[in-house]
Design a protein around this ligand. Sequence first.
Ligand SMILES: NC(=O)c1ccc[n+]([C@@H]2O[C@H](COP(=O)([O-])OP(=O)(O)OC[C@H]3O[C@@H](n4cnc5c(N)ncnc54)[C@H](OP(=O)(O)O)[C@@H]3O)[C@@H](O)[C@H]2O)c1
Length: 338
Amino acid sequence: MKAVGLYKYLPIDHPESLLDLDVPKPEAQGRDLLVRVEAISVNPVDTKVRAPGKPDRIDPHVLGWDAAGVVEAVGPEVTLFKPGDAVYYAGDITRPGSNSRYHLVDERIVGSKPRSMDMVQSAAVPLVAITAYEALFDRLGIDRDGAHCGRSLLLIGGAGGVGSIGIQLAKLAGLAVLATASRPDSIAWVRRLGADHVLDHRQPLRPQVEATGRRFVDYIFNCADTDGYWDTTADLVSPQGKICTIVENKGPLNQQLLKLKSVTHVWELMFTRAKYQTDDMIEQHRLLNRVADWIDGGKLAGIHRETLQPINAANLKNAHARLESGTMIGKLVLTGWE
Ligand SMILES: NC(=O)c1ccc[n+]([C@@H]2O[C@H](COP(=O)([O-])OP(=O)(O)OC[C@H]3O[C@@H](n4cnc5c(N)ncnc54)[C@H](OP(=O)(O)O)[C@@H]3O)[C@@H](O)[C@H]2O)c1
């Protein structure tokens, strides 16, 4: 079957950074679904996994952690899906990724595709929706049904994939959302998604937060740069407030700044449940179904902005280069196999 992958971890402009491959079609065992992949999306994790510095491989490494498609076959222990079901999911970082014609994924981290979206629009959603949902509702403890209505959230990196869904989920929970964006196009996008205030992350954030009538914000969701915003977010978060980070830090983080305010800092990694096969892994199945219901009910808007066709190494190289530029707005999706 067709797939895109690599044997060597190389800069994206190297001819062998991503290759068109022919690999064996896998078979579904246990709780796995074999999915016929119709559309995939790209995320910064793809570029981080592809980044140079790791030893060459004998077997190819197929990347990609976002897909929409149709269940082709199911393992003997599958209970949630049947062949022919339309699904969407992000997958498991410890397994081959979704940049292949057929793909195996554990049913507990798969949702039913939103009925109101096509495959392309659906593929844009799973990884960033899982991240933003878990960050806001599981890690920061914000009540998704509105018990914390009126509290404030600063979301750093509002126009990116995670921010695009994070703004909408926070508005659904009734929060006042201050989201950052720095260019006319990204500012307009963030406004359209419902942010109450748009702050420019290229300018100091404290005066911009104060201009909204606040000294502090209750919650901070940092979707951009953990080290770079550490001191700023420690300053801006309320005493006893909460900060969630999702980007790996490069240096030590000064905990003393948080101690003074009794601030809670939490990490979110959307691959944790699948990587460690946690007892509550099936929560990602439920979460994706809930997100699909919100989409079908008109409560969440799509975040897909661009499409590349077909799914091949040349188009995936373009997509990786776009991600590495740090200027993505919403999501880029690839579809079709030639
Ligand atoms: N832990 C997890 O589970 C998890 C899950 C998903 C993503 N992540 C990580 O989270 C990060 C964001 O992911 P993503 O998919 O949202 O990325 P993305 O779509 O590539 O984000 C692009 C956006 O980042 C903004 N940006 C660039 N530099 C910034 C800065 N210095 N400060 C604030 N915003 C900045 C840009 O806004 P402007 O154009 O307006 O400047 C752009 O719209 C990545 O590092 C990714 O690996 C982690």
